[in-house]
Design a protein around this ligand. Sequence first.
Ligand SMILES: *Cc1c(COP(=O)(O)O)cnc(C)c1O
Length: 439
Amino acid sequence: MTNCSEKTILHDNVTVGENGTLRFAGVDTAALADKYGTPLYLMDADLIRTRCRLYQSEMKAAFGGASRPLFAGKAFCTKAIYRIMAECGMSVDLVSPGELYTAKAAGFPMERAFFHGNNKTDADISLALDSGVGCFVCDSREELLALDKIAGERAVRQPVLLRVTPGIDPHTFAAVTTGKVDSKFGSPIATGAALELAELALSLSHVELTGFHCHIGSQIFDVQPYVDAADVMFGFIKSVKDATGFVAGTLNLGGGFGVRYTESDPAFDYAAAIRSLADAVKAAAKKHGLPMPTVLLEPGRSIVADAGMTLYTVGTVKEIPGFRTYVSVDGGMPDNPRYALYRSVYTVVNATHADRAPDRAVTVAGRCCESGDLIAEGARVATPVRGDLLAVLVTGAYNYSMASNYNRIPRPPVVFLSNGKDELAVRRESYEDLVRNDL
Ligand SMILES: *Cc1c(COP(=O)(O)O)cnc(C)c1O
């Protein structure tokens, strides 16, 4: 197990063993690579449980009542994680029928599930209703009308939240900003569309409006955008009350708390952020003369990102004098598309020689037929040679869940680590798996 006197790299669950190899969650990565092969995703299940409990206890203490976190499953979606969420008493956020199916297959209690999505088909709506999903997060007029009809056929009244856009720009990367007025998600408060949608929801007999939702973005290190969003949301709740008499009982402020990927990212104090957000929410409720609602947050990244690591084996090391050194690994953009998509920066460690100081800036490349197939550029590592293990840290969020089979590369297995023990959670894909649906 991790012990305070050990040297850690970036996060407490990343340490250096006596033999110089990298350890993750107290387990030797070289031994895991031997047992499972590479590329390999590792998940620190103990950290996941700790984060869930931190969000649960801090939110209960700060907001009171039934306020709680929902794990945003899109960050990392497998049966194993939904079993952990069920065991921890978490609620979850699902954004597609496939995520819904996965949670259900894991035995997750669907009354604790919230169903998102900006374009739910009639089939999605039917599946969610038949699965007993606790709450829909409705995005549009079309969805409300379809839900009312399909719920009516089943003679049920489905609780919903309405997703609205508060017009807050948290100044993160544009592709992960979602709370602005110009967005494919939700209805803008500023144009009056959100109020119209609330009026529509209140007029439908098979839809039970319970409150409102917003999600302003991701990888946000500052609590201020949430405070601003909460203020706008309370102003909106007040205007809905004035127009219709409906007082929202639930306010869902979405996900997006930041995670430390590199030494230059700040360490984020989730407990402190929750406390200052609660202070702001209470002040906003008071200012608008509204009762304190049940507050929901939807952390995804901040529950699983630093609980993850990817292990690769180094193949070709190509030094191009005057340019750079390419270190090619046995994975790449199919298992981690985030550099290709967002230029996301990662910390890379030579896991075979984790005791050596980083002495080389390298470009970590994958093995796809694509020059953009890179994991990192300018990453400082102890000079790697063919056969060394390379670890990419903080890959627990939006890696496995975004993985593809580009170039018909099988997806790596996922191994969960808990109490110093390893357990296979997702098998390595076989070539047979790759052609399974080919006729
Ligand atoms: C992506 C998303 C989340 C999770 O965001 P993180 O940055 O991973 O915390 C939560 N809610 C909604 C609606 C999302 O789209």
